[in-house]
Design a protein around this ligand. Structure first.
Ligand SMILES: Nc1ncnc2c1ncn2[C@@H]1O[C@H](COP(=O)(O)OP(=O)(O)OP(=O)(O)O)[C@@H](O)[C@H]1O
Length: 350
């Protein structure tokens, strides 16, 4: 287990700034998801940590020791990237043992590590196969096994599930989480899939254009976004951002209440919303609407997406306008110029 720290970490390629002054610290044994759109610098950050790239500026520490300049093979960091890169001519057993043989580990240590990892990942019956005869999920487990036999300080995963189809992917996600719970090896997990990040991670770091917008638990990011980027990036559909009184008011889709059903709390916003379209989701409905009253006048009235429980919806009709209420405790306030959060956090910092 280990703590990874970066200080003002920067990487540029000519005029392209891939990582732009990242300050972050993992907690010992946590699974930290690194989430962001394409080109936000996630892979570059991983490559810097792994030692495949050297920083243009800034520092990297593991347990307080600088690792800048230390070659990758001496960092005790294990990587599992998108393509598992197993050696096709070797059996699964030889693939897994490769890193141990490379450092001439004694045979009994090799045996012990192989038994341990094959047991944890349930691949004992695959050891004599060649990688070409493995499914995507099995290849992934073998790649993980090869990374784990080194008992690394740190795991780096870069979209390790992206080549799996949806069903195996959610199963593999569960297995990864279980594995992490058992080993508690500090893990950085790159993904651009928020469902994966929200479901898997202890904490999530949201990146965009090489900078970190926020690091927090899934709940903090969802209920307490630090800025409008995080508010719009996390959640599906994302937080609605409505202009009023010189601020932007952030409202999660499930926080619109029909006036008749509103809780008796202090009200932050009252809106007339014209329903344009209703989408049935089973236990709930999505309401696509246009705000007709309640926000600062705009050249084009803002569109919103609300999420209502099944029972509330049968009385609604498209083309009609209804009165909705948002309570103060559910609203987030942002500065429209900087996008920064104005109101205090709602979820206690863990
Ligand atoms: N070797 C390189 N040379 C030049 N530019 C690079 C290099 N590697 C990355 N970049 C640029 O740095 C920026 C960040 O790229 P990076 O791959 O880290 O983003 P990412 O968040 O991992 O994206 P994705 O989710 O698409 O993999 C991009 O603009 C990319 O084009």
């Amino acid at each position: 287990m280990a703590i990874l720290t970066t200080r003002a970490l920067k990487k540029h390629y000519g005029r392209i700034i891939a990582v732009d002054g990242v300050d972050m610290e993992t907690r010992d044994g946590e699974l930290l998801a690194v989430l962001g759109p394409s080109g936000s610098g996630k892979t570059t950050l991983m490559r810097l940590v792994a030692g495949l790239e050297e920083p243009s500026a800034g520092e990297l520490f593991i347990d307080g020791q600088s690792i800048v300049g230390i070659p990758p093979r001496r960092r005790n960091i294990a990587m599992v990237f998108q393509n598992y890169a197993l050696y096709p001519n070797m059996t699964v057993r030889d693939n897994i043992l490769f890193p141990l043989r490379a450092r001439q580990a004694p045979p009994d240590e090799q045996r012990r590590q192989l038994d341990w990892v094959a047991g944890i990942l349930e691949i004992s019956d695959l050891l004599d196969r060649r990688p070409t005869r493995l499914s995507g999920g099995q290849s992934q487990r073998v790649a993980l096994a090869r990374a784990m036999v080194r008992t690394p300080d740190l795991f780096l995963f870069d979209e390790p599930l992206s080549s799996l189809d949806a069903q195996i992917r959610s199963q593999a996600r569960g297995e990864l989480r279980e594995l992490h719970d058992r080993t508690r090896i500090t893990t950085l997990y790159v993904t651009h899939d928020q469902t994966e990040a929200l479901g898997l991670a202890d904490r999530i770091m949201v990146m965009e254009k090489g900078i970190v917008h926020q690091i927090g638990t899934p709940q903090q990011l969802y209920y307490d976004p630090a800025d409008t980027f995080v508010a719009g990036f996390i959640g599906d559909p994302p937080m609605n951002l409505l202009p009023r009184d010189g601020r932007l008011i952030g409202v999660r889709p499930e926080h619109f209440h029909l006036a008749a059903e509103a809780p008796g709390d202090e009200v932050a916003l009252e809106l007339d919303i014209e329903v344009e379209h209703l989408e049935f989701l089973g236990a709930e409905w999505l309401i696509y609407g246009v705000v007709r009253r309640g926000v600062t006048k705009q050249p084009r009235p803002p569109r919103v997406i609300g999420r209502l429980r099944q029972a509330a919806v049968p009385s609604l009709a498209t083309g009609e306008t209804y009165h909705f209420v948002v309570t103060r405790s559910d609203a987030c306030f942002f500065d429209p110029e900087t996008g920064q959060r104005l109101s205090a956090a709602k979820v206690a910092v863990a």
